[in-house]
Structures are given as C-alpha cells and as structure tokens.
Ligand binder design. Sequence first.
Ligand code: ZN
Length: 309
Amino acid sequence: MRHHGIHHVTAIAGPARGNLDFYTRVLGLRLVKKTVNFDDPGTYHLYFGDSLGHPGSILTFFPWEHVAPGRNGVGTTQETAFRVPEGSLGFWMHRFIEQGVEHGSVEKRFSQSVLTFKDPHGTSLSLVGIPNAETEEAWNVDGIPAEHAIRGLEGVTLLVENGERTGTILTDVFGFREAAREGSVVRYRTDALMGSTVDIRSVGGFLPGRMGGGSVHHVAFRAKDDADQAGMVKKLAETHGLQTTEQKDRNYFRSVYFREPGGILFEIATDEPGFAADEAQERLGAELKLPAFLESRRGDIEARLPELA
Ligand code: ZN
C-alpha cells in the first residue's frame, strides 16, 4: 500500500519571518505554498516540502506573532523526523553548530542514527540517516549540497498514556503494520518512501501536553482519493466508534479530522489534487494564494499579514 503513510504534519510557530527563514534557508526545504489558515485568515499557513510538494514531504505551520510556548506531554506529538542520507549527519551537525541551531548528539534508535534538534520556536525535530537516500531527488539551496539535503518526512513520535488503541487505528485504518519495539516505544511502518514511520511512546502518568509555540497541531495521514478516505471514515465509525468531521476542502487536498484515542488530533487528507492545483510547479510558493471564498477580502488580508522578508 504505497499510498499510505503520513501526508503532512502541521505545527504552531512563532513569528512567520523566522519560521520561513529556518525551514527554507537553514534546513533547505522548499516553500511549496504560501496561504492563510482558512479558519483564521489573519494567520499565514506556510507549507514546506520537497521540490514538488509530494505527500509525505510536507511540514506546515500556523505562525503566530505572539504565541505562548507549548509543552510536550501526554496526548501530543513529541517529535517530527526528516529523512537524510545516512552519511549526512556529520554535515548537519556541523551546519547546526555554524547556524546556532539547538541540537543533541547522534543517537541510535531502532538501529538508525538520529540527530535531534529544535527550530527557533521550540518545535522538536530530528534527522534520521536513511541508506541510499542520496539517490533520491533533492531540492537545491545555497550551502546544502544535494547529497546531504533533506528527503521529506520520515515520521513522528506520538506520546500517549497507553498506545495500544492508537496503534490499532494505525494498523486497522491507515495501512501501517507493527515493525519493532524498543523500551516503551512501538514502531509502526508502511511501505511509503516518505512519512512511513510512526513511533508510539506509552508513558503512563506523565503531565499532559499544552498546545502553543513549538507544538504539533495535528498529524495528517494519506488517503488516495475521496473513496479511499470514505472507506477509512466508515471503518473508524463502525469498528472503532470514532466520528470524524465533515469533509473540508483545503484546496490542495480534502480532509476530515478526528481525535484519536490517545488525545492527538488526526486528519485524513487526500493525495489529490496536490499543490500544483493553483500555481505552476516552478512557481510553487511564489505568491500568496487564497481559497475562492477569501479572494474578495484579499486586500484586507494582505494588509494584516506580517512581513515575510
Ligand atoms: Zn492538516
């Protein structure tokens, strides 16, 4: 089931300008869409991803200019991981030192090398060394040779009281399988190239998380199309007693949302129609894009949004 896996991760950041600079210049991702939060059009919604914005490469942010810091804890996504070529962690360690990025040392998890770091607004991130990832296409930016560039998302680590029911949703509805266990972490995987891994850490008795700057707002899983999504919605209701929202048109995908048993907000997003729906591939991210229902308010919206450069 190659079309399954994570579609995107959405997090909350501080000021938009610093968010854009960090993900495009420091990490070398492509800004694939510049739009607003459809439910709160005074706030940007910035999408970062690979050269074409493939599902599984996308990390998005709602940047809030005056955000209070969030706290990781039970019922939150603890970490979001990117894929890099296995031999590139040394390059990234050096780059983090040079760019003043808060980072840890290289550690082993499930026999993979992992380098943890944080963005300027406290989002917990990591780079995972992946064999042969250097042969995959990369987005080019100054200072990051293609052989070391990030190749999309690897996955997320979810922190929940008891991960069993969350894991069942992954395997029964989203096409994941249990792949390995290490301490209190169970790893679930799909065959997708990107966004293929979810680690569930069960931590009974920890403090609950608090949403704020640096917090992941939700994790979106892939559905091939509307029919695939409808099948998942039906299964969630009939087998798991979980109701989703009605489908919302997000212009670049169509989504439903629900809170999984561990308390984390999940989304199911279609692969269709993708980020080239309203601008050419070579122009992705160049202009502020608004959904049709907000176009008549463009002047007001543009005047209120913060400067990006
Ligand atoms: Zn989303």
